[in-house]
Design a protein around this ligand. Structure first.
Ligand SMILES: CCCCCC/C=C\CCCCCCCCCC(=O)SCCNC(=O)CCNC(=O)[C@H](O)C(C)(C)COP(=O)(O)OP(=O)(O)OC[C@H]1O[C@@H](n2cnc3c(N)ncnc32)[C@H](O)[C@@H]1OP(=O)(O)O
Ligand code: UBL
Length: 272
């Protein structure tokens, strides 16, 4: 008999228990993030079409303004340093580390005007998100066919100059949450050297204090974004690409370790 009386109580407690269970929060926040971005993109597509009538880098402004609030919904704060290094006239290549799709939040926090990005071609099939990415001039590459990727990026170097466009590249070439940077692929550096434009390195601090994929944890936390001084490529040739990549990797790795360790203690310990 007593069990029967306890049933409503258990039914009330169940959602509460679910809510506080960190695994539930993890899945809920991830699902919410994807669904919200898909919905924002659905609303953003007509806005882009009205703004520029088709595929145009100016549509990135729509994405930038529509995505900025998403960090609050996920309990994240973004702290940016080095703004002055983005005050560079004309085209340049931004390179940054790539931990997860959450990078889009830090990216939209600092994205300069007329800046698009290089992405894997699979992203174009991501429903409304894929369509808005295409409308915003994102350059899609086939990572499995290096020769194709190279020629697309060579065209992008020309377009950057002709249309005064900046490009954001993730030189690790894939997402990575191992607490360090992967070795860099060469495409971003060839791009900058071919266009003879500077490289602006950007570093996102480790997400491991609030986001752990394997452990299924997604807490509140802070993302530090550090914009580093530009690296000039004037006069460089393809011979210089390897050392340019090594130099950039060294600078970014140092900054990554520095800002990842200085995340406030209240966000939990870092596990490297
Ligand atoms: C309104 C709300 C809407 C909300 C929703 C919208 C949300 C957001 C929208 C905007 C945000 C979008 C964010 C998208 C993020 C997506 C991120 C990605 O997809 S990351 C993955 C794709 N990106 C990359 O892969 C870029 C980095 N990769 C490279 O640059 C690679 O180099 C390559 C892919 C070009 C080639 O790969 P691979 O063969 O594996 O690599 P290498 O070892 O680097 O190169 C082999 C040799 O080729 C030479 N090389 C490379 N590139 C060039 C080149 N451009 N020109 C000449 N030669 C090149 C290289 O030097 C190597 O030769 P070697 O002799 O060994 O030096
Ligand atoms: C109907 C299809 C539904 C697909 C749903 C997917 C939609 C994604 C929705 C919301 C996230 C918004 C941000 C999207 C941009 C981030 C893309 C991204 O981070 O791609 C990963 C790629 O860089 C590296 O890929 P791999 O680690 O090599 O793999």
């Amino acid at each position: 008999m007593e069990v029967v009386w306890m049933m409503p109580l258990l039914l009330l407690l169940f959602p509460l228990l679910m809510w506080t269970s960190s695994t539930f929060v993890f899945h809920f926040k991830k699902f919410f993030y994807v669904a919200w971005m898909m919905l924002l993109a659905l609303l953003g597509i007509p806005a882009c079409l009205l703004k520029s009538g088709g595929r145009d880098v100016e549509n990135m402004r729509v994405i930038r303004s529509m995505v900025r609030h998403v960090k609050y919904l996920l309990g994240l704060r973004i702290k940016v340093s080095g703004w002055e290094h983005l005050q560079t006239e004309g085209p340049y290549v931004i390179i940054s580390n790539h931990q997860s799709s959450l990078d889009v939040l830090g990216m939209m926090e600092i994205l300069p005007d007329r800046c698009s990005t290089i992405a894997k071609k699979e992203l174009v099939y991501a429903g409304t998100v894929g369509l808005i990415c295409w409308l915003s001039g994102i350059v899609f590459i086939n990572r499995k066919k290096t020769s194709d990727a190279k020629s697309v990026m060579a065209d992008a170097a020309k377009t950057m100059l002709d249309q005064q466009i900046r490009l954001w590249v993730f030189p690790e070439g894939t997402r990575n949450q191992n607490g360090d940077l992967l070795p860099f692929k060469k495409g971003a550096f060839h791009l900058a050297v071919q266009a003879q434009v500077p490289i602006v390195p950007v570093v996102f601090s480790s997400y491991r204090s609030f986001y752990l994929q394997k452990e299924k944890q997604f807490k509140s936390g802070t993302i530090r974004v550090k914009i580093l001084p530009k690296i000039d490529t004037k006069g460089m040739t393809s011979e210089d690409v390897s050392s340019l990549a090594d130099q950039s990797h060294g600078l970014m790795r140092t900054a990554f370790l520095e800002i990842s360790n200085s995340v406030p203690k209240s966000n939990g310990p870092l596990k490297h």
